[in-house]
Design a protein around this ligand. Structure first.
Ligand code: GN1
Ligand code: MG
Length: 348
């Protein structure tokens, strides 16, 4: 670890200890201890987040808003450097920032019970609800078009034209299967043109490891706010479905293990509605099931696009890694589509 970073925070007596932490694909995370205090240190991937200052702006704005309007909410704000900065920039290394490690809190990498899904969904719903009064223009866009499915579709088409020819050839069946689902993109376009579909403060990365729990399993707050920006609720509800419904993750190679657990779906609906029922419009509520379809389809084409582009975005730890991930998400999509009728009775 660069000594300059420790210095910037005034951790200068040589006693700081640091360990690799977390499993995100984009940023790099460490856990740091210094004089009986624990911290989370992260390097922001500035290939993905081209203007890290926008992240700092949003977090600062939200922190101030919550302090004023929702003082009881536990908001994990960045630790400032001794010069009062929220980030440290090191030449050739990029941007770093640090958060306090909330005492007695824990994160989960694997979701085991519907109760955990309920807590997490309630926390993501609460976050959007508490920020319902913010004027959207006050927030910056940290990744332009991040969940713009039309653009993701275009990027997919362009990879099919200009990507690795051998890989294009090898993936024909999966490509065809995904292209058959083009109506998912049309539905997205209808949604964004509908006036009852609101831009809201959305987290955009609602996996279980982005929720802090207390020791007795109650949700405390959400973390990892880099992709917090104006968006649609389908991003958050949908990514919960994408990552909570199946007992196995996007990394699973044995696709026969991919299934949809009804009780987890119910828990997501109930947890999210617990906070958002009065906030969402009827039109939005009618798209609750679609949220999962939208996010899973988008992730399938993002992984496949990256495979066709030689893994330049997500990287790859074994040959065919992004193809496995894409195939996995395509199966998950199929399994969820089979549940449409059953789940429609749960949508209130
Ligand atoms: C990336 O870095 P991580 O794991 O939090 C990606 C998400 C994907 C996810 C798939 C900025 O998130 O959109 O859903 O991988 N984040 C970005 O694992 O691209
Ligand atoms: Mg993330």
């Amino acid at each position: 670890m660069q000594i300059e970073i420790l210095k910037a925070y005034g951790f200068t007596d040589g006693s700081a200890s640091i360990l690799e932490y977390g499993s995100g694909l984009i940023n790099h995370t460490w856990r740091l201890s210094y004089k009986n205090n624990d911290y989370i240190l992260q390097r922001i991937n500035d290939n993905v987040f081209k203007e890290p200052e926008n992240i700092a702006h949003n977090i600062r704005f939200i922190a101030d808003y919550l302090k004023q309007h929702q003082p009881d909410y536990l908001f994990v704000a960045p630790v400032k450097t001794i010069n009062g900065q929220e980030m440290v920039y090191l030449k050739n290394e990029g941007y770093f920032r640090m958060f306090p490690f909330v005492k007695d809190s824990l994160t989960k990498n694997v979701l085991e019970t519907p109760g955990e899904a309920f807590e997490a969904a309630a926390q993501f719903g609460k976050f959007t609800k508490l920020l319902d009064g913010i004027t959207m223009n006050n927030l910056k866009i940290t990744i332009p078009d991040f969940h713009n499915l039309s653009l993701r579709q275009e990027q997919f088409f362009s990879a099919l034209k200009n990507g690795n020819p051998q890989r294009i050839n090898e993936t024909k069946d999966l490509v065809r299967e995904l292209l058959n689902q083009i109506s998912i993109v049309t539905q997205f376009e209808n949604i964004i043109n509908h006036s009852e579909f609101k831009k809201r403060v959305t987290h955009h990365d609602t996996k279980i490891s982005n929720v802090l729990f207390n020791q007795s399993g109650k949700g405390l707050c959400v973390i990892d706010l880099d992709t917090v920006m104006p968006g649609y609720f389908i991003s958050d509800a949908g990514d919960m479905m994408r990552t909570y419904l199946s007992p196995v993750s996007e990394e699973e190679k044995d696709f026969s293990k991919i299934e949809i657990r009804d009780h987890f779906y119910e828990a997501i609906v109930n947890g999210y509605y617990n906070e958002m029922k009065e906030v969402l419009t009827d039109t939005e509520k009618q798209s609750f099931f679609y949220a999962g379809i939208f996010m899973i389809y988008m992730q399938a084409i993002r992984f496949l696009t990256d495979y066709l582009n030689n893994d330049r975005y997500y990287g790859s730890s074994y040959p065919g890694h992004n193809l496995v991930r894409a195939g996995n998400q395509a199966v998950l999509l199929k399994r969820l589509l089979e549940k449409k009728e059953v789940f429609s009775t749960l949508l209130k």
